[in-house]
Structure formats: C-alpha cells, structure tokens
Design a protein around this ligand. Structure first.
Ligand SMILES: Nc1ncnc2c1ncn2[C@@H]1O[C@H](COP(=O)(O)OP(=O)(O)O)[C@@H](O)[C@H]1O
Ligand SMILES: [Mg+2]
Length: 329
C-alpha cells in the first residue's frame, strides 16, 4: 500500500488501539520488505515499548449453569493469553478485528435486518495458532470459552450422546460464549468412514445439523488441519474461514523478536530466519525455548549464536525422525 494511504489509515485509527497496532505492523512490514531493517527494528521497538491495555481484563459475560451431562465433553478454559501473544498476518488481523467490531455492534446490525457472522472455521497446518487464536479471540470479545472434546463425544456415541449433543447446543444458544470445536477433522473423518457405525454417523450428522441451525449468542469456532479435502457440506456451514499459514520470512522475524524480547542476545537472531523457513510457529517456538534453556543451563547472561544453531539442528533432526514415521501412501 502507498505510504500516504498507510499514514492516513494510521491517523484514522487514533483512539482505537487494535486498529492502530495493526496499521503500525503493516508499516513496519513494508519497511522490512524494502530492506530498511534498521528503521523497521527501531519502529518495532518503539511500538513494543508503548503502553498496553490488558485485553484479558474485560468483564466476562455472566455464566448460566453448565448442564451436568455435558461436563464430560465440554471444558471451560480461562483466558491465559492476550493478543500480544500471537503473531498474525495483517489479513487475519483485519479479518478478526472486523469480527470483533461486528460482534460489538451486533444489535445495530440485526436491527437493520442483517445477520452477524458468528460461525468461524479456522484452517491450516498444525502449530500455526488455531487453538491459540480461539482462546485470544474469546478474551478479546469478553466471552467465556468452552472447548468441546470432539474425540470423546464421538467415541462415546452409544446411548446418550445425541442427548448430550443437544444439551451442549441448548447451552450455547442461551449462554453468550465461544463454543470451540477443536480438532474438527475428527468429525470430517468419521463422516467419511464407511464402516458399519450407523449410530456414530447418525450422531455426527445430528451434530452438523445443530451447527447449521444454531444462531449462537457468541461464536461457534471450529478448527481443522485439513483444508481443501474438507467436505463441502462442512465448509458451507460457516460464515467465515480464517487461514493460518506457516510463517514466511518476515513473520518468522516478527516471531523471533517477540520471543527474544526479554532475552539478551549477543547476535541478531533474525540472521537465522532462513534456517527456520517451512517450520510451524510451534516448532520455532520449541527450538527458541530450547536455545534459551541452554543459556540458562550454562549459567550465561546472553544467548549466543551457537545456542540457537544447536537448537535448530536438534529440531531438524526431530523433523527428520518424524518423517520416517509418516505413512508413505
Ligand atoms: N501464530 C502464532 N503466534 C505465536 N505463537 C504461535 C502461533 N502459532 C502457534 N504458536 C505457538 O505454538 C503453540 C501451538 O499452537 P496451536 O495454536 O496449538 O496450533 P494449532 O491449533 O494451529 O495446531 C502455541 O501455544 C504457541 O506457543
Ligand atoms: Mg490446535
């Protein structure tokens, strides 16, 4: 985007913290792309040093009693992270912010006879922030987060499961919350299964029907590692699809400067970005944590290049090991 346009957007977002930060990140990204590293670094330091409002501190909506029978299948998660803990692409920042704003003006939108987007599908490879984002999103909109344990729900299909599914949805219809179906793939897979589990298929189909019909008071979010292979019958049930990709070089850089924010280093960790290309955030996070551990074990005040290099090597070995166990079909 042209610089003038970005500056206009930046000034226009005055007083709205989230938007201001998103536009500022965009400006920094552009400087990085133009190779103005020194300027980009100092802009980021300035941005990170600025005051921050805790987004978790918002009052949560009042809770209605949770149905006993569903307790085995649904877990309430207290928000542990806030938006400063996740690295998101500018597109996803914009998309998620627009959903937050829409939720806050839901009544006005409905008064105009329009619906509010409330069913979201998070897609992308493992370790790229789907679960983390659901948690942060719930904190941002100030709603309690309930995670549905799909694997348990599906494997316990005998007898009362259909009733339990109904109870979960009845609860979500009344309770403003984020109802999160993590590892939604389990559902897609079991729907494909052409085994004799008629009962199971019936439960899965009724779950899909409930998803179809529900107009949640908050949000229904499903996360899946599958992408195009997902059944179109599942896709069309969602108002919005959010993609979580593996980080490119500039996102890895952002992740590293966030991760090593409070760690003194004797070098710029960004020089190792290319060695981490193709890794997920979770993998990069793990190797960075390992590098920090080495520094602590060796009772040093500074992280050295070889701490990171060794951790990168170990992660590469781990990946090679995993590949050996992957099915070859
Ligand atoms: N976009 C991201 N920004 C920062 N950290 C991330 C991101 N994605 C993943 N992580 C790190 O990896 C961990 C696992 O990510 P998770 O959200 O569970 O991935 P997914 O649900 O996509 O498999 C997180 O707890 C966090 O430490
Ligand atoms: Mg996950």
């Amino acid at each position: 985007m042209a610089r003038g346009e970005l500056l206009k957007k930046l000034l226009g977002s005055y007083g709205r913290d989230d938007e201001f930060r998103a536009v500022a990140e965009q400006i920094i990204d552009e400087e990085e792309k133009k190779n103005n590293r020194v300027l980009a670094k100092s802009l980021r330091q300035t941005l990170d040093a600025g005051p921050r409002r805790s987004s978790v501190a918002k009052a949560l909506a009042p809770l209605i009693p949770f149905p006993e029978a569903a307790a085995d299948f649904v877990e309430r998660i207290e928000p542990r992270y806030n938006k400063n803990d996740i690295i998101l692409s500018p597109t996803n920042v914009r998309l998620l912010l627009s959903l937050v704003h829409e939720f806050r003006r839901a009544d006005d939108i409905r008064r105009h006879g329009l619906s509010v987007r409330s069913k979201l599908l998070f897609c992308g490879p493992p370790g790229c922030g789907k679960t983390l984002c659901a948690e942060i999103f719930a904190a941002e909109v100030g709603l309690p987060l309930f995670v549905v344990k799909l694997d348990r729900l599906i494997s316990s299909y005998l007898g009362e499961t259909a009733t339990n599914v109904r109870k979960i949805f009845e609860f979500a219809r009344k309770q403003p919350c984020v109802l999160f179906f993590d590892e939604f793939d389990a559902l897609a897979r079991s729907r494909d299964d052409s085994g004799e589990h008629n009962e199971l298929r019936r439960v899965v189909n009724s779950l899909l029907l409930f998803i179809d019909r529900i107009q949640p008071k908050g949000f229904l979010i499903a996360a899946t590692n599958l992408d195009n292979s997902l059944d179109p019958a599942i896709w069309r049930r969602f108002d919005e699809v959010v993609w979580f990709e593996k980080p490119d070089r500039s996102m890895i850089k952002r992740f590293l400067s966030h991760k090593f924010k409070n760690v003194p280093t004797s070098f710029d960790p960004a020089i190792r970005v290319s060695a981490m290309e193709g890794y997920s955030y979770a993998e990069i996070d793990r190797l960075c944590t390992q590098a920090i551990r080495s520094m602590i074990i060796e009772v040093r005040e500074q992280l050295k290049e070889h701490d990171l290099d060794r951790a990168i090597e170990d992660e590469a070995r781990r990946r090679a090991g995993n590949a050996r166990f992957e099915p070859t079909t």
